[in-house]
Design a protein around this ligand. Structure first.
Ligand SMILES: Cc1cc2nc3c(=O)[nH]c(=O)nc-3n(C[C@H](O)[C@H](O)[C@H](O)COP(=O)(O)OP(=O)(O)OC[C@H]3O[C@@H](n4cnc5c(N)ncnc54)[C@H](O)[C@@H]3O)c2cc1C
Length: 438
């Protein structure tokens, strides 16, 4: 059987449920395809900016270049196409005589809608089979249906996650089925070429910023696994994580796994296994390890919540249909926030770091978001759209989920927001961070 593998947020060989299922399916030919979808990359609804902005697009292309090398080493390659997946992929599947299209299922509405459109366009003769490659906890292992997910993280943590085993990561395949006849290596698009193809204005991809907190390793599974090894195994930083995670400067205060986790070049289960290994080696159940596991559960929770809530996850009134506190939409005020010119030094420093590097610490994200919502009284969806454009690690569930949480339109009500001046005093007492990004 020939299979078309539609690659999405699963850019890895390790712990890939789909690749692990190939031998049993008797696949004789495999065409791995990346489809550059103008709708997924192009202007967003609120700010009309490329959703995949100047930091994430190069990181993504680096990830694809790395994956392609790994595929080549296993006797395969990656085919690149551009256009609407619902038009391009069924045509390609028919061209190669595919018996099925396989992909890693997604939870957020735009991605799930695209998936449904591809499925409909394929018709009943070429089934679309979905695999799970995004989560830590496998949905098949949960004791509840996703529609019954508790609307409280604590309940999810204690009543659901605590009872769900984390699966051992699937092994890396030793070989992959060959490409269908007539398909060989084709050049990977460049940032400029891709920007033109998908109709977004050219995106300037500068070199890594010298002050970046994110290790300048580039994208891809190879660098993601190297960072995991370095952080968890070589430097034993897991044990310190709880003490350092609210810091703002340097590459070691938090894992910086997020960009790799977001495009799937690193698997959350692989990170979990590394924490297990850390604990086995060091013989303790450290607070750092516990806290890091908790963050990975937050990541899962937002994904499952996005699946449970569908379109409500993205609407102004959020999950409970309650409008957030009164807003006073003002594009000029919003623009100053994006440019790091609000006049609040701590907020401005964080926003400048984001624009220069595509990264901001979790403490920074909490504060700039709270400031936009509660001090400047702007629409949380504008803030989320700006983050989507800027973040190297953007993923729709974590980004829109965290924004909603802070806006008070998520599951738990967080009111009245942070006292940002007090937060700056606590987390940047000597003003070192603010001076770095002046
Ligand atoms: C307004 C706002 C927007 C955010 N947008 C994103 C986003 O688009 N993509 C993203 O990956 N994270 C997002 N986060 C969560 C968090 O800030 C980042 O995951 C974290 O800062 C990334 O750095 P790290 O990998 O060093 O994290 P670490 O502190 O080392 O945490 C390890 C991993 O746990 C997960 N994680 C940690 N905190 C959270 C959280 N609050 N919610 C969900 N997952 C979490 C991430 O996958 C992260 O890589 C957002 C937070 C806020 C407040």
């Amino acid at each position: 059987m020939t299979i078309l593998y539609w690659l999405r947020h699963d850019l890895r060989l390790h712990d890939n449920e789909l690749l692990a299922a190939l031998p049993a399916a008797g696949a004789t030919r495999l065409l791995p395809v990346v489809c550059f979808d103008p709708a997924a990359l192009g202007p967003d609804r609120y700010l009309k900016l490329p959703k995949m902005g100047p930091h994430r697009l190069p990181f993504w292309l680096e990830s694809l270049a790395d994956l392609r090398k790994s595929y080549a080493a296993l006797g395969s390659d990656i085919h690149f196409v551009a256009g609407s997946p619902a038009e391009v992929l069924p045509a390609l599947a028919r061209q190669i005589g595919a018996g099925a299209v396989w992909t890693s299922g997604e939870f957020t509405t735009e991605e799930a809608d695209t998936e449904a459109a591809v499925e409909a366009a394929l018709g009943p003769r070429i089934p679309l089979r979905r695999f799970e490659n995004l989560l830590l906890l496998h949905p098949d292992d949960l004791s509840i249906k996703v529609r019954d997910l508790p609307l409280s993280f604590s309940k999810f943590r204690y009543d659901v996650a605590a009872r769900t085993p984390v699966r051992t990561p699937a092994p890396v395949p030793r070989a992959l089925p060959p490409l269908p006849d007539g398909f060989g290596p084709a050049p990977l698009p460049t940032v400029a070429g891709l920007a033109a193809t998908v109709g977004v204005s050219a995106l300037a991809a500068g070199p890594a910023h010298p002050k970046t907190a994110r290790p300048a390793l580039g994208g891809g599974e190879t660098t993601g696994l190297a960072r995991l090894h370095d952080y968890a195994v070589a430097r034993h930083l897991v044990g310190r994580y709880d003490d350092t995670r609210n810091e703002l400067l340097g590459e070691a205060f938090s894992t910086k796994f997020s960009a790799w986790l977001a495009n799937g070049s690193l698997s959350a289960r692989q990170v979990w296994a590394a924490i297990d290994q850390y604990e086995a080696t060091h013989g303790d159940r450290s607070k750092g390890a516990m806290q890091l596991r908790l963050e990975l559960l937050w990541r899962d929770y937002f994904r499952l919540l996005a699946e449970r809530s569908g379109r409500d996850f993205f609407r102004l009134a959020g999950l409970r249909g309650q409008l957030p506190r009164p807003i006073d939409p003002n594009r000029k005020i919003f623009k100053k926030w994006t440019e790091g010119r609000t006049g609040h030094p701590f907020v401005d420093a964080n926003m400048r770091e984001l624009a220069a590097t595509g990264f901001m610490s979790n403490r920074g994200r909490q504060n700039v978001a709270s400031y936009l919502l509660h001090d400047l009284k702007q629409d949380w969806r504008w803030g989320a759209a700006w983050f989507e454009h800027q973040l190297v690690d953007h993923d729709p569930a974590s980004n829109w989920g965290n924004w909603k949480y802070l806006a008070g339109t998520g599951t738990d009500v967080r009111d009245p927001g942070y006292d940002v001046t007090q937060q700056a005093r606590r987390y940047d007492p000597q003003g070192k961070y603010v001076r770095t990004w002046q």
